[in-house]
Design a protein around this ligand. Structure first.
Ligand SMILES: Nc1nc2c(c(=O)[nH]1)N[C@H]1C(S)=C(S)[C@@H](COP(=O)(O)OP(=O)(O)OC[C@H]3O[C@@H](n4cnc5c(=O)[nH]c(N)nc54)[C@H](O)[C@@H]3O)O[C@H]1N2
Ligand SMILES: Nc1nc2c(c(=O)[nH]1)N[C@H]1C(S)=C(S)[C@@H](COP(=O)(O)OP(=O)(O)OC[C@H]3O[C@@H](n4cnc5c(=O)[nH]c(N)nc54)[C@H](O)[C@@H]3O)O[C@H]1N2
Ligand SMILES: [Mo]
Length: 765
């Protein structure tokens, strides 16, 4: 593998070959057993047309005489200006805001996936810049795992431990007999890893397990989120009710005395308090199978049979991340751990539980965990923060209180919002509310390669390069490779790297040398690689020097892979290898959580009805539960304008999957344009009746570029419908999957999709 050229993307590695229209052609990575096509045509005219060619300032912002809350920012008409002028405008505005309102008025959370590459990582660059100039209000946790990341350290271990040490696929094939998953093992989601998937192992992992005789049961509102190459038993379940089913399985095992009492005694704490709740001796109804049937829609006989089946054999339990992206999203993660504890197989090969096989390629990887090359972001002098999904609350209600992990905090009063590498009009819930919230700051700055909906909503837009237009190091945890991402094309038009943009602004503000440390891009890569090398050496991993690595094109760390069994050491000796919980054990009753005395997260796993679900009164108005899952043909909103994503649309609109009976009841046929609506908004989409969707559920993937037409989205972005509320007062996590809607055939004249339009651009003169 010498002197090949590679590039890394979150969804995989490319081989970069000479030739083709703009001098390069991207081919799938030859070493990847399951490469995908996302991004292969990222240089196509459809995609390049939406590149931002030069810095652009909103006309209404430029014309405004005095600065203050931006209010209704008017049409998306921009004036393109030269870099020198843009840099001066940004520096002046940053100085004005921080000197008048302090750095607590700057929101630099800048959540988002940006691109692969450890040096040019947009958020890291922005955070380093802001930290060196007084700091910023940051965001904590992620949209991915808001509720889950907060709860798991209390009751088992930090989520990263559970993900990084997840039992590897080889062990599953060899030892698991029954694999029960809540929310599938989505082949579409497993296409990516944050920082860059290298070789895709999940399709193979599933197929090999099935070929080795592992039986699969998928408990899920949709059937098409797993492919083992063999039969999978589908148990349809009402969305957001999995916790009730898990509790009933425990009840059934308790009733039939198949709980592993010895394991609960030796490795857990609080089993008696938890079982008292399960049995209904604490004032709530017993969590028995018929109770769960009423909540989940799963027949009680199925629940009873499943409990017997699981207890009789080596069983692996899996829970998709989507389950915790919901009202009371902490509960399914905690309860599946409790269920696995009751089965007593945690720490045994092929038994126990995992959180998120299929959520990313990395879960179930045998690769070693090494600290990747990392850009030092410095220290943030501002202590204020928000849980990431509370952005609209913060902007709309400065000074008001919120709780997080048992403490009360207050929202700051934000004047400047600065985003690099994320798209809130993709990721945030209730985008109509978000639009209102974004009227509150004085100024919004966005760095992005493309005219995304967020760029069009900004006041100052700074065009950045893409990974092919710069040199970088590709590395993702547990992917087992470091990629020499060698620049393959010139920067598009006047685009600059995020680092170069911020360096220019830092120079204007007087801290250039602190920001760049006097290094060129290649000197940074060398320094970051050397840092990685030193860390690897401490873990007995020898690596070539930078020049050799760069010339080779990639570094394969596969020799250090090993089979993994989650919590193996803890199981073998819980006293010598305690968990980092208060008790050192798995907590089925958690005193630390009970002490917080929260109404929406108790001291034990519990069924707490979601704010919206198929059992709530709101179903009389909005009888369908909307699942807004991750898209198969793109990463979030990235490359929605590329052909793979566009080809999956119907009449230019996102497909919405609906059960055939719900379609018939609404007179909806395949390909019809329908309107999904609720009290928050509406969107158009193209209907696909599909028996893989259970009745009462619709599935509309995220990622269609928002195309607002009043309160309606014409393109099919589900976040115009989702609810901007927290999973709980513990985590304040994103609850996107808690959402009721109604669907009707759209009989009005069908409006065009304008999502991929360009804003109006004028030149400065
Ligand atoms: N309804 C609903 N909503 C959800 C979810 C859900 O399940 N349902 N899932 C949530 C989850 S898990 C997540 S992680 C979020 C994802 O939300 P985001 O991460 O915000 O989505 P992306 O589309 O990946 O946005 C990345 C942006 O970075 C830009 N970019 C790429 N490379 C660069 C670069 O080098 N420099 C700069 N400056 N910009 C760059 C891209 O053009 C794009 O605009 O969405 C969340 N939203
Ligand atoms: N191609 C592609 N892959 C991606 C991404 C992408 O944008 N595109 N995004 C990545 C990111 S940032 C993340 S965080 C991960 C997220 O990974 P996940 O959270 O696992 O992905 P989702 O597609 O949101 O949901 C997984 C499955 O759960 C099901 N589901 C939804 N609600 C429920 C429920 O209440 N109960 C049950 N039992 N099942 C339910 C959905 O139908 C879906 O099939 O995916 C990553 N992978
Ligand atoms: Mo995510």
């Amino acid at each position: 593998m010498t002197s090949r050229r590679y590039n890394a993307a979150h969804w995989g590695v490319y081989e970069v070959q000479q030739g083709g229209k703009d001098g390069i052609t991207l081919a799938p990575f030859a070493a990847d057993p399951s490469p995908n096509r996302i991004g292969l045509d990222q240089r196509s005219p459809d995609v390049m047309r939406l590149r931002i060619v030069g810095p652009a300032i909103r006309r209404t912002w430029l014309d405004r005489k005095t600065r203050g809350r931006r209010g209704d920012s008017g049409p998306d008409a921009f004036v393109t200006v030269p870099w020198d002028e843009a840099v001066e405008i940004v520096a002046d505005e940053y100085r004005r805001i921080t000197s008048t309102h302090g750095n607590e008025a700057v929101f630099g959370g800048s959540y988002g996936w940006a691109s692969a590459g450890r040096f040019h990582h947009a958020q890291s660059q922005l955070h380093r810049f802001l930290n060196l100039s007084g700091g910023y209000v940051r965001s904590v946790d992620s949209y991915s795992l808001g509720a889950g990341r907060v709860i798991m350290p209390y009751v088992a271990a930090p989520l990263d431990t559970i993900l990084n040490e997840a039992t590897s696929w080889d062990v599953i094939a060899a030892h698991t007999r029954l694999f029960v998953t809540f929310g599938g093992v989505s082949p579409k989601s497993a296409q990516v890893s944050s920082g860059g998937a290298s070789t895709h192992r999940v399709p193979q992992g599933l197929h090999r397990a099935a070929a080795a005789g592992v039986r699969f049961i998928n408990i899920s509102p949709v059937a098409d989120n797993i492919d083992t190459g063999a039969g999978v038993t589908w148990i349809p379940i009402r969305p957001n009710t999995d916790t009730a089913l898990m509790l009933a399985l425990i009840h059934e095992m308790d009733r039939t005395a198949t709980l592993d009492r010895a394991f609960l005694e030796s490795h857990c704490t609080g089993a008696e308090q938890f079982l008292a709740y399960i049995r209904g001796t604490t004032g709530t109804p017993p969590c028995d199978a018929s109770w769960a049937e009423r909540i989940t829609g799963v027949p009680s006989a199925t629940i009873r049979a499943l409990a017997v089946d699981m207890a009789a054999t080596r069983t692996m339990l899996n829970c998709a991340w989507s389950l915790q992206r919901a009202s009371h999203g902490e509960q399914p993660f905690w309860t599946i751990m409790a269920l696995a504890a009751c089965l007593g197989q945690i720490g045994l090969p092929g038994g126990g539980f995992a959180l998120g096989y299929g959520a990313m390629n990395s879960v179930g990887s045998p690769h070693m965990r090494l600290k990747g090359p990392t850009l030092d972001q410095g220290k943030n002098p501002v202590v204020r923060f928000i849980p990431v999904a509370r952005i609209a609350d913060m902007l709309l209600a400065p000074g008001s209180a919120f709780t997080y992990e048992g403490k009360t905090h207050h929202y700051p009063d934000i004047r400047l919002v600065w985003w690099a590498g994320g798209n809130p009009f993709h990721h945030h819930q209730d985008t109509n509310r978000l639009r209102q919230a974004l009227r509150r700051p004085d100024t919004i700055i966005v760095q992005d390669p493309y005219w995304t909906p967020m760029a069009r909503a900004a006041d100052i837009v700074l065009p950045t390069t893409t990974t092919l237009e710069r040199n970088d190091l590709g590395y993702a945890t547990l992917e087992g490779m470091v990629i020499a991402m060698q620049r393959a094309a010139d920067p598009h038009a006047h685009a600059l790297d995020d680092h170069a943009i911020l360096a220019r602004i830092a120079q204007k503000l007087g801290f250039l040398s602190a920001f760049t440390e006097g290094r060129t891009e290649m000197e940074w890569l060398r320094a970051l690689y050397d840092g990685f090398r030193t860390g690897a050496a401490k873990c007995n991993v020898t690596t070539p020097d930078f020049d050799t690595f760069w010339d080779q094109g990639l570094l394969d760390l596969g020799a250090h892979a090993r089979p993994k069994v989650l919590f193996e050491a803890f199981r073998a000796n819980p006293l010598a290898n305690p968990l980092p919980t208060r008790s050192g054990r798995l907590e089925l009753y958690c005193e630390a959580l009970a002490e917080l005395d929260l109404p929406d997260c108790l001291g034990h796993p519990a069924w707490l009805a979601p704010t919206e679900w198929l059992g709530s009164p709101l179903t009389t108005q909005y009888p369908l539960h909307l699942i807004s899952d991750q898209p198969a043909t793109r990463l979030h909103s990235q490359l929605d304008h590329a052909s793979l994503s566009r080809r999956a649309k119907i009449h230019g609109r996102e497909p919405v999957y609906i059960s055939p009976c719900d379609a018939v009841a609404r007179n909806i046929n395949a390909g019809d344009i329908v309107e999904l609506f609720n009290g928050r908004g509406a969107c158009l989409a193209a209907a696909i009746p599909d028996p893989a969707i259970m009745p009462g559920v619709v599935r509309l993937s995220t990622g269609a570029w928002s195309d607002a037409d009043g309160l309606r989205d014409n393109h099919g972005n589900p976040n115009v419908l989702t609810c901007d509320q927290a999973a709980s007062g513990l985590s304040q996590g994103c609850a996107a999957h808690t959402c009721l809607v109604e669907v009707r055939l759209f009989t009005d004249p069908i409006p065009p999709v304008m999502a991929f339009r360009m804003p109006t651009l004028e030149s400065a003169s």
